[in-house]
Design a protein around this ligand. Structure first.
Ligand SMILES: [Zn+2]
Length: 142
């Protein structure tokens, strides 16, 4: 698991910064005001944590601080997916992807890409997935 995992509130802030940067804490707060009942102080606290986690770079522009992302949205989402997959038994990944699919609204082109990927994966898919868990952490037979 990553030490610098991002909390749901921190994700909200990051999404603003990924969309617009460099950006000040006041500008971030103005955008999130529509959606969240946070005070500017809370936005500043979240920004402070993200700077500490190495997610944001800071630049002083006159009297104001401006923030920019250090990692891209794509990299961060991929990291969060890796963390999730690392937390489960390899034999349960299929079921998990199935529930994600079930809960998602997908476009025709999304589904076509998925279909193509499934066909490709089928070519060299194993008959059964091997569990790599620590004995006692899952009910697979060792
Ligand atoms: Zn297992």
């Amino acid at each position: 698991m990553h030490e610098n995992q991002i909390s749901p509130s921190e994700w909200e802030v990051m999404r603003v910064i990924w969309t617009t940067h460099p950006i000040t804490s006041k500008e971030i707060d103005d955008i999130l005001k529509e959606k969240k009942e946070w005070k500017l102080a809370t936005t500043k606290t979240l920004i402070g944590r993200l700077v500490k986690k190495g997610m944001l770079s800071t630049e002083k522009q006159g009297r104001k601080y401006q923030y920019s992302p250090v990692v891209s949205e794509r990299e961060s989402v991929d990291g969060a997916i890796d963390d999730l997959l690392d937390q489960m038994c390899t034999t349960k990944v299929g079921q998990t992807i199935e529930s994600i699919l079930e809960k998602s609204t997908l476009s025709i082109s999304d589904l076509e890409r998925l279909e193509a990927m499934i066909q490709e994966k089928k070519v060299d898919a194993p008959e059964k997935i091997k569990c790599r868990c620590t004995p006692g952490q899952c009910s697979c037979v060792h």
